[in-house]
Design a protein around this ligand. Structure first.
Ligand code: PGA
Length: 266
């Protein structure tokens, strides 16, 4: 049994404004029908990561419906403002309604060449305007087959926490373990392997920020999570929630995952 479960839905480059609003209307209707948040408000925290262009409209609808769903962005730039064509700063996305930001998602690292150094700057920039970062880490298939998983996870986590960085960066830490080979492939990690890597991440964190903060950290699993396998991850002690991609696009499927998340919570 554990405390609040964190459920994040990463919509990636999917859904326009109409599609985003339809999703939240349908999800809201389902939650109302079974009084889901009435019964589980203290057990689960739900966050959606739409495309930024949909953020403002979606935020308005969430307020109108009074549904306890937070919004986040999939990426930010590390500068506050300036000549960075095509980028979004943490302060402007905060203004549009985002409360969280994914940093270092594997698609940013592998499709757009983001390094640990860039990820670290983005992580720190989140705190300038009160965004909460979710640091994404994970090994590729090749790294896994060469037995390098722990080495990769360790360097990805260690590169983020600058000893001279803001204190907030070392508090209320959220990290998503997402093996690259499991993302969008339908081939999730086994729950034992996922839990093993999440425990390892917590151990590394303990060395960097101290045991108290590492115990309090929220560690998520992501990679081909769906309504059928969600519970197997949530049942593991060291896994505090899920980061869901493909299966978060369908309100029915996402609702199934949300139900699974509340099964094992005190
Ligand atoms: P997936 O994506 O659930 O479609 O594997 C997860 C993610 O990219 O966060």
């Amino acid at each position: 049994m554990k405390n609040k479960i964190f459920l994040a839905g990463n919509w990636k480059m999917n859904k326009n404004i109409t599609g985003s609003l339809c999703f939240i209307d349908e999800f809201h209707e389902m939650t109302e029908q079974e009084d889901f948040f009435g019964k589980n408000r203290e057990k689960i925290k739900v966050v959606l990561f739409p495309q930024i262009v949909n953020m403002y409209a979606l935020n308005q609808r969430i307020r109108d419906l009074e549904i306890p769903v937070l919004l986040g962005v999939q990426n930010i730039h590390w500068e506050r403002s300036g000549a960075f064509t095509g980028e979004n700063s943490s302060c402007s996305v905060r203004d549009a309604g985002a409360e969280l930001a994914l940093v270092g998602h594997s698609e940013r690292r592998h499709l757009f060449g983001e390094t640990n150094e860039m990820t670290s700057k983005k992580y720190t920039a989140c705190f300038e305007c009160g965004l909460r970062p979710i640091l994404c880490v994970g090994e590729t298939e090749e790294e896994k087959s060469r037995g390098m998983t722990e080495k990769i996870l360790s360097s990805q986590v260690r590169s983020i926490f600058d000893p001279d960085g803001p204190t907030e960066a070392k508090e209320e830490i959220i990290i998503a373990y997402e093996p690259v080979w499991a993302i969008g492939t339908g081939k999730s990690a086994t729950s034992d392997d996922a839990a093993g890597s999440c425990d390892f991440i917590r151990e590394i964190l303990g060395e960097i920020v101290g045991e108290m903060r590492s115990i309090a950290a929220t560690i998520l699993y992501g990679g081909s999570v769906n309504s059928s396998n969600a519970l197997s991850f949530i049942e593991k002690d060291g896994i505090n929630g899920l980061l869901v991609g493909g299966a978060s696009l369908d309100p029915l499927e996402f609702m199934g995952i949300a139900r699974a998340c509340t099964c094992n919570v005190t």
